[in-house]
Design a protein around this ligand. Structure first.
Ligand code: ADP
Ligand code: GLC
Length: 490
């Protein structure tokens, strides 16, 4: 089967979060299973292309036309890459925002990207199924089922849409439809309208043939008012077309046995190298790294600094938390208010907490390897990748029981030695503190700690099983689209 991925970021070319990991690893896994996969991405600054495939597309934009090119990124590991190339839109410092503010023309940028991706499907790489991700590619299903509905090349091609995060809608004022050259008929509650505005994510939920999200638990959660971000009604309406498929891990990139970013490699049967990594990590963060510091539990954080990630809980109980005998290293960047909290804490407790405000892949790997615990107190978490990486590194996850965090981490039970981490339910600083204290108690018992570490290290979250689930879904989507295309409805 030929599967065309359309996404706004993907490694090894561009990344702001876990979407990029998925857009690299899932195609690779699908190719490994004998499928053919191509990925369409924007050509951001620094993305190298090997050839021009289509020198000038004609893309309507309000009263004007734009002429992006399609560039060929060649194949990596059997996955073919194509880039939508429009320097005015994509050759910028960042992917979506500058100084914490979204680019004002994001609707235009990703509308052009989505239209260009459809042209790739028509003229460059005709697929059997199109797989879109998040609001930036949401116009693909919208256009296919409206303006392109009678296109003989595309009518029979199903669209699967994956929700990686319900918190990002792509919400714009009503006049955006005109500015994008989209018909006003789309301004309708059964299409793009959302409380007087135009909502890209909502439209994808309405028009895609099948919907997925990145864990089973999150698939349930987004049908509730608490986690639906105002779209829970639409999700409930489409629940028969929604499936939760857990993200996997590319262990060739995230495993202490092969990781080239870390100070020493190690494995479940011999953790000596992990101690070397801990010393290196403390030194990297300019924290004490003597024998006493090495014995002290070290909590790692790697994250986008966004409300989603729950760091306000740390702020709530910082005094009590840092009264414990522990050290924290945090790597993150994002909203200034969260950056500020971490900076303040590091200034107040300089020997106990250190923070690096940056996006730095090498340090992210060093934290996974060198920390004893990995903290993710998320308010909501569709899947979360870092806690799954942590398991493999013997870095015990301390998480809030939500979304993929709940699906991937089993609470440690010291009476029977089962479990891989520590979880708390209530979204409160005290619940977080209680959970960390429980983890510290187990840490103090060397044998029990070794058990929880190895329980996690031997877990297998590779892509195989999830990629097979996607293939089954693509097949189902194909069958149902064929039936629809043969009939009269869209
Ligand atoms: P999300 O996609 O919501 O940010 P995930 O846990 O799915 O959360 O994925 C985050 C990915 O981004 C991981 O691969 C993580 O290592 C990486 N990451 C997040 N913040 C940083 C950072 N500041 N520096 C380096 N890598 C980061
Ligand atoms: C999103 C989610 C995260 C998920 C990632 C990849 O950014 O916040 O939980 O792991 O996408 O699916």
């Amino acid at each position: 089967m030929k599967i065309l991925f359309v996404a706004s970021e993907g490694l090894p070319f561009s990344k702001t979060g876990g979407l990029a990991d998925v857009v690299e690893a899932l195609p690779k896994a699908l190719v490994g299973m004998g499928q053919e996969v191509a990925v369409v991405l924007p050509r951001y600054r620094g993305t190298k292309a090997s050839a021009v495939v289509l020198p000038s597309l004609t893309i309507p934009m309000g009263d004007c036309l734009r002429f992006p090119a399609v560039a060929d990124g060649t194949a990596i590991g059997g996955v073919h890459y194509y880039f939508v190339d429009d320097p005015e839109y994509f050759d910028r410092d960042q992917l979506y925002a500058a100084q914490g503010k979204d680019y004002p023309d994001n609707a235009e940028r990703f509308a052009e990207f989505s239209r260009a991706a459809i042209e790739v499907a028509k003229h460059v790489w005709p697929p059997d199924v199109i797989h879109c991700h998040d609001w930036q590619s949401a116009l693909v299903p919208v256009l296919l089922r409206t303006l392109y509905a009678s296109d003989p090349l595309l009518r029979g091609v199903p669209v699967v849409f994956t929700i990686h995060n319900m918190g990002y809608h792509g919400l714009f004022p009503r006049d955006i439809l005109k500015r994008l050259g989209l018909p006003d008929t789309l301004f309708h509650t059964d299409a793009m309208e959302f409380y007087g505005k135009v909502n890209f994510l909502k439209a994808a939920l309405v028009f895609a043939d099948y919907l997925t999200t990145v864990s089973r638990k999150y698939a349930e959660e987004i049908q509730t008012a608490e986690y639906g971000h105002g779209l829970d009604g639409v999700v409930r309406w489409r629940a028969d077309r929604l499936k939760g498929i857990l993200n996997g891990v590319d262990y060739s990139a995230w495993s202490p046995e092969v990781d080239t970013f870390i100070a020493a490699r190690y494995r479940a049967s011999d953790l000596a190298g992990k101690r070397v990594c801990k010393k290196d990590l403390l030194e990297q963060f300019k924290l004490p790294a003597d024998a006493a510091a090495l014995a002290r539990p070290l909590i790692g954080i790697v994250s986008r600094f966004a409300d989603q990630k729950g760091f306000d809980l740390i702020a709530q109980v910082a005094g009590e938390l840092l009264a414990e005998d522990l050290t924290i290293v945090a790597l993150g960047a994002g909203e200034p208010k969260h950056e500020h909290v971490f900076r303040e804490l590091a200034a107040t407790f300089p020997t106990q907490i250190a923070v690096k405000i940056a996006y730095d892949n090498a340090i992210a790997h060093k934290i996974e390897a060198g920390a004893d615990m990995f903290l993710m107190p998320s308010r909501y978490e569709p899947c979360g990748l870092n806690q799954i990486y942590s398991l493999r590194y013997g870095t015990v996850p301390v998480v809030r029981a939500t979304g993929g965090l709940d699906d991937t981490i089993e609470p440690f039970d010291s009476t029977n030695g089962r479990g891989t981490g520590f979880k708390f339910e209530t979204y409160s600083g005290q619940a977080l503190l209680g959970c960390i204290r429980e983890a510290l108690r187990v840490y103090a018992d060397e044998k029990a700690w070794r058990k929880v570490q190895t329980n996690g290290m031997v877990k297998d979250f590779s892509w195989q099983a999830s990629a097979s689930e996607y293939v089954r879904l693509y097949e189902t989507a194909q069958e149902s689209r064929n039936q629809r295309a043969a009939g009269t409805s869209n």
